[in-house]
Design a protein around this ligand. Structure first.
Ligand code: SF4
Ligand code: SF4
Length: 357
């Protein structure tokens, strides 16, 4: 295992140096929250955060993305012809990705990059990006990543892992992409012989600090229709105001809508994040809506993440335990409670053994 130790000044200098080869994104503080932004020259990421309000998914999958443009000017030869808009795919690096968010990229990739179908916008951006993670030494109270296939020092989905220790950082390249970034940053340096065991101790302590857990072991064995018809959905959905916050902040929510916007004689075709929590999401042109009742939309969100995805990919749940939807839901709807209910639901007796996290 290659391990480099750099102090904060060398870390910052390296990030600045890497900007000559990469467009570098990182957490920037705005008011009381951090969000991922493209860093300007001499602007450094602020690594003093627990987790960002929005996940880094927008770097690969922007909230609004122009795909085509067209003209409605009859005097032009290309009138009404859709022309693809070139999206920038030069190398990018995202600094400060928490391990939970890093796992969201392989989860989303199962949907956007399959042998039969590729979302070329997502795939090109993903392939152009190097993910530089930041291990969590202190998790939020709502985190449950250790129940969701990763952990505060998890490496899946990352190219480099940074581990902060006081004013120093251990740099652990994990892939070829990661090695290239470390070279571009010019990070080099000795590690003390006790470094590996020190990191192991930090990892154990960080994992132990995550006390919220969910049970997911029985989800795959449940009958889909039993969960679909379970009696708890209306009660769970009662307080939801369908604001969509949970889906917008979620690193693994991938739904979008495509729309044309015309202004005068020119227009664009763009895609925008959408949310299964909005009534319009499934509103058909005929006027029919298969999910016109609130509990049906809430049920869809949880069934997708905790049952349909589990059954389709046999690779865990479509959730990384980042806790954002729990922290930011205005009415305290908690995926941990619902996951435990689904996992323990007994269709014969209509009872959930576990009802809270
Ligand atoms: S954040 Fe809460 S209230 Fe808003 S749509 Fe999601 S579950 Fe409903
Ligand atoms: S469902 Fe909630 S806890 Fe899970 S990844 Fe999405 S925002 Fe994070």
């Amino acid at each position: 295992m290659k391990l480099i130790k750099v102090d904060k000044k060398s870390l910052d200098q390296g990030i600045e140096k890497a900007k000559s080869a990469y467009r570098v994104f990182g957490p920037v503080k705005e008011k009381s929250d951090h969000d991922f932004k493209l860093l300007d020259k001499e602007q450094l990421p602020d690594l003093d955060f627990q987790n960002t309000r929005l996940s880094p998914k927008s770097v690969i999958y922007p909230q609004s993305q122009i795909m085509f443009q067209y003209s409605l000017d009859e005097s032009k030869e290309d009138c009404r012809i859709m022309k693809e808009v070139e999206n920038v795919t030069s190398p990018m690096a995202v600094i400060g990705v928490r391990p939970c968010d890093a796992l969201s990229f392989p989860i989303v990739r199962r949907n956007f990059d399959t042998p039969e179908y590729q979302d070329t916008y997502w795939v090109k951006a993903y392939e152009a990006t190097t993910f530089v993670g930041l291990a969590c030494n202190s998790a939020c109270g709502t985190c449950f990543c250790t129940s969701a296939g990763t952990g505060p020092f998890g490496e899946e989905g990352l190219d480099v892992l940074l581990i902060a220790e006081g004013n120093d950082f251990y740099v652990k390249p994990l892939t070829e992409k990661g090695e290239s970034f470390v070279q571009a940053a010019g990070w080099a340096g000795e590690v003390e012989s006790a470094a590996a065991s020190k990191i192991e101790e930090m990892k154990t302590a960080a994992e132990a600090s995550i006390t919220a857990t969910v049970d997911t072991d029985k989800l795959r064995d449940k009958t889909t229709l039993d969960l679909y018809d379970a009696p708890f959905w209306e009660e769970e959905a009662f307080s939801c105001i369908n604001c969509g916050t949970c889906t917008y902040v979620c690193p693994t929510c991938w739904c979008f809508d495509v729309q044309d916007e015309t202004c005068g004689k020119s227009g664009i075709r763009m895609r925008n994040w959408d949310s299964c929590m909005f009534p319009l999401f499934t509103h058909h042109a005929s006027g029919h809506n298969p999910r016109d009742v609130k509990y049906q939309r809430v049920r869809q969100r949880f069934m997708h993440k905790l049952k349909y995805y589990v059954d389709k990919y046999d690779n865990g749940i479509q959730c990384v335990g980042c806790g954002r939807c729990i922290r930011l839901c205005p009415v305290n709807i908690d995926i941990r409670r619902i996951c435990n209910k689904m996992n323990s639901f007994d269709a014969e007796s209509c009872v959930c053994e576990a009802t809270s996290s």
